[in-house]
Design a protein around this ligand. Structure first.
Ligand SMILES: *Cc1c(COP(=O)(O)O)cnc(C)c1O
Length: 231
């Protein structure tokens, strides 16, 4: 893997995914050159955990994105959103994958109203019910979705989960399966203003299992860009 270039790794992974699966490149800690190379190699969606870091990157790539990028890039927020960052987040991102409370949803709705935008969002599920992780508990997702569906500047388009981290990704399957079940339940509710089309789960070590369990968005960092120097 170390001997392959970023471009080769991206094309290989991209080529191995079923055509209905969207690859989001999880770009935290990567340089502008790496992110630019990823986009030039065919990546269409970039995920960031932090609003601030995404802002810096979008600024560095602004001219290139406008003039030279081979295609339009979709920017996804994949980390927890704090309410005091919502204004900047709605300017920067094309999708927020991590909505997990009515309070944050209302704040995003208000900020979107101010700039005349409708934000596609995913509801993040805390599928492992881990106290230190963000996301809504599985048994609260339907009532949360009902409340969010009333907000005119937000459009629910599916679910996202991280799930507990395991050395063996097979152990993540029950969490992916449970999230897919919630996804199907929500879809069956046929709520107005909700369009259940995206299921975002799986990372470098677990994306194959996630796809088998129904994911159609995978968020991959390490396997594209190489190991991170964790902050
Ligand atoms: C970092 C990150 C990923 C990618 O993780 P890798 O193991 O590097 O592929 C995916 N999703 C989220 C929310 C992340 O923070």
């Amino acid at each position: 893997m170390e001997n392959e270039s970023l471009d080769q790794r991206i094309r290989k992974i991209q080529g191995s995914l079923p055509p209905h699966v969207l690859l989001v490149a999880a770009a935290k800690t990567r340089t502008a050159v790496e992110v630019q190379t990823a986009i030039a190699s065919g990546i269409t969606s970039i995920g960031y955990n932090y609003v601030q870091e995404a802002g810096v990157m979008r600024q560095s790539l602004e001219e290139w994105e406008k003039q030279e990028a081979p295609h339009k890039v979709q920017w996804h927020l994949i980390g927890h959103l704090q309410r005091n960052k919502a204004k900047r987040a709605v300017e920067l991102f094309d999708m927020i994958e991590t909505i997990d409370s009515i309070r944050i949803a209302e704040t995003v709705n208000r900020q979107c109203a101010d700039i005349g935008k409708v934000m596609p969002v995913l509801i993040e599920i805390n599928s492992g019910q881990e106290s230190n992780k963000s996301g809504v508990p599985p048994d609260e997702v339907i009532s949360l979705a009902r409340q969010i569906a009333e907000l005119p500047h937000i459009k629910i388009q599916g679910l996202m989960t991280m799930g507990p981290r395991f050395g063996d990704p097979e152990e993540a399957r029950p969490y992916f399966r449970m999230t897919k079940k919630l996804f199907d339940q929500l879809a069956a509710e046929n709520m107005q203003h909700i369009e259940m089309i995206h299921l975002s789960m799986g990372m470098s070590n677990s994306y194959r299992q996630a796809i088998e369990e129904g994911a159609n968005i995978v968020r991959i960092g390490t396997k594209l860009f190489g190991a991170r120097n964790e902050l």
